[in-house]
Write a protein that binds this ligand. Sequence first.
Ligand SMILES: *Cc1c(COP(=O)(O)O)cnc(C)c1O
Length: 230
Amino acid sequence: MTKISTQLSAVHERMHAACRAAGRPPEAVALLAVSKTFGADAVQAAFEAGQTAFGENYIQEAVEKISALKHLPLVWHCIGPLQSNKTRLVAEHFDWVHTVDRLKIAQRLSEQRPVGLRPLQVCIQVNVDAGPTKAGVPPDQALVLAQAVAGLPRLQLRGLMCIPEPASDHATACQVFERARALLTDLNAQGLKLDTLSMGMSADLEAAIASGSTLVRVGSAIFGTRHYPA
Ligand SMILES: *Cc1c(COP(=O)(O)O)cnc(C)c1O
């Protein structure tokens, strides 16, 4: 077993234990392996250990990896901040985007999504804890944005994503994640059909799963410590 396959198994164990504790079936929560800063070799090792969904933050870095691994049946999720000048690359190369928080960005993604590809799968990022510098739509504006995004032809709105500030304990983390779950329930009560709650990372996936996450985004627990270029 490689180090990555061992760590991937350990993450699956944590997810299963969290599902058991929450009375949820293990297949209720999927794993997104966050491979930012790691090379195509690391992604390939995780794929050989059974992982097919990968998350990336930096568009240029991601596009190189996606091209290098074109021969593998991988699903790529963009989980980094989105600027207008990067939407075309995202629309052309990714399967999912988690970080839509403005209609203008969603409109560009829809216009730029090539017709030969299935609609881009989209989550709206919500700022559930009113973090000062963080991206994400305020919860009270999520319904209006979700209804507009759901109407765009080349996108399929799947759900909500959040990145709360790290909490000091499990109960506090759960309280914040529960706001995202409650918002998803509200949006569905308004007629939307959302099935995805993208929340939970290496440090807090248990709290996220206890609070209804359907997709945890895990990087360092699988690939190790990240080193950013200076
Ligand atoms: C980097 C990143 C992750 C993974 O974080 P880890 O703590 O390494 O698991 C998850 N989500 C987003 C949006 C990220 O940028």
